[in-house]
Design a protein around this ligand. Structure first.
Ligand SMILES: Cc1ncc(COP(=O)(O)O)c(C=O)c1O
Length: 391
């Protein structure tokens, strides 16, 4: 078995939802790929070697996505896959898009751009549990609904959405479905979702950053975002990012073999329980999102503390956590996901996300728990916050 890249010895990395460490299989595929200098579109031997490697890589990603290789379109990451799905579907047409208030900004900003071009957008809110009720999606569907875009699991809370049910309802109404599976590919099966379009990103499951894929189920077609030399069967022009693709394919194969299975999921649930139980001793603790969740992502609020201060205190001890989604780090506004769930602004600003993955050990969790409990306790003492229920 290939050993995943360990975090540096002095670092406890609990920010896998922002980006997962590169796995050793991906690193070695990238190293080998440096020797493949041909352009996969060239007829000569060097080009054909690159072409063969591209075909094999597409096949490995297709296995993870549970689709035919021809349905895989490589993109420059998850955001581009999402933009291709939404903009490509609505190119040259108006109609109606249904999405949810807890989507990643790649979906929400893309929906906003489409709305400025005349597409009618309905944004459905979540329940306090962090889940979108399929009945609310059904109520939003109209005869002119072209597309429903929903995420598989939320990047801040880990809440797994009832995607199969939503897909069934949307299809019955004649609409297409796009699923943002960036937070689940490699952790949960994404093959049987029934969606027409599925976006994934390599760096969330052990591959390199800046490479992703859109699964485009046949016979659905869409207008490319990037026009040019006809690569990716005319769906995304530009000489392929071979190193990224090879790294993504190796990470996909690694995830298919080692991560996306019941044993790994059971181990992740045990680590989650250890983390949540450990943190709860400090009292005044709330986990945002009920089951079902991806166990690896834990959104937790501590009464009376500021999340950014807590994250900085932990960072100074070599423990990496986040105060929300990485792409919003640095902003002082409360999380749009938590506020949509009905969480108060105060609680949202007291929320950190701890997310683990391949390579995380029980010892890492215990060390992070001990440091967090001590830091929360100290920060509350300094601010004079009294909390009931602390043991
Ligand atoms: C749910 C979700 N969708 C989309 C993205 C964007 O992916 P990328 O960083 O590859 O553009 C992310 C990244 O954080 C994400 O968590």
């Amino acid at each position: 078995m290939t050993i995943p890249f360990p975090a540096p010895p002095d670092l406890i990395y609990l920010d896998h939802a922002a980006t997962a460490p590169l796995c050793e299989a991906a690193a070695s595929a990238i190293r080998d790929g440096l020797r493949l200098y041909g352009n996969p579109s060239s007829r000569h031997d060097a080009g054909q070697s690159a072409h063969d490697a591209l075909v094999a890589a597409r096949g490995q990603v297709a296995v993870l996505l549970g689709c035919a290789p021809e349905e895989v379109v490589f993109t420059g990451g998850g955001s581009e896959a999402i933009n291709l799905a939404l903009q490509g579907t609505f190119a040259g047409r108006r109609g109606h898009l249904v999405t949810t208030a807890i989507e990643h900004s790649a979906v929400l900003e893309c929906a906003a751009a489409l709305s400025r071009r005349g597409v009618d957008v309905t944004v459905v809110g979540p329940e306090p549990s962090g889940h979108v009720d399929p009945a609310r999606i059904a109520a939003a569907l109209r005869p002119d609904t072209v597309l429903v875009s929903v995420m598989h699991a939320n990047n801040e809370t880990g809440a797994v959405q009832p995607v199969e049910e939503i897909t069934g309802l949307a299809h019955a109404a004649g609409a297409l479905v796009h699923v943002d599976a960036v937070q689940t590919a490699g952790k949960l099966p994404v093959a049987g979702l029934g969606a027409d379009l599925v976006s994934v990103s390599a760096h969330k499951f052990g591959g390199p950053k800046g490479i992703g894929a859109l699964r485009l189920s046949e016979p659905h077609t869409l207008e490319p975002l990037i026009h040019g030399g006809g690569q990716e069967s005319g769906r995304r022009a530009g000489t392929e990012n071979m190193l990224g693709i090879l790294g993504m394919a190796a990470a996909a194969a690694y995830a298919t073999e080692h991560l996306d299975n019941d044993l790994t999921r059971a181990a992740a649930r045990r680590l989650r329980k250890r983390l949540v139980d450990g943190l709860s001793v400090v009292g005044g603790v709330r986990v945002n999102a009920d089951d079902p969740v991806v166990p690896e992502t834990v959104s937790v609020s501590f009464d009376g503390i500021r999340a950014d201060t807590l994250a900085d205190v932990l960072d100074a001890q070599g423990i990496c956590v986040s105060t929300g989604s990485a792409c919003h780090a640095g902003q002082d506004s409360p999380s749009h996901v938590l506020t949509a769930m009905g969480v108060s602004v105060e609680q949202a600003k007291a929320t950190v996300r701890l997310s683990f993955g391949h390579g995380t050990t029980a010892a890492d969790i215990d060390a992070a728990v001990a440091a967090t409990v001590a830091a929360v306790d100290r920060l509350r003492r300094v601010s004079g916050t009294a909390v009931s229920g602390a043991s």
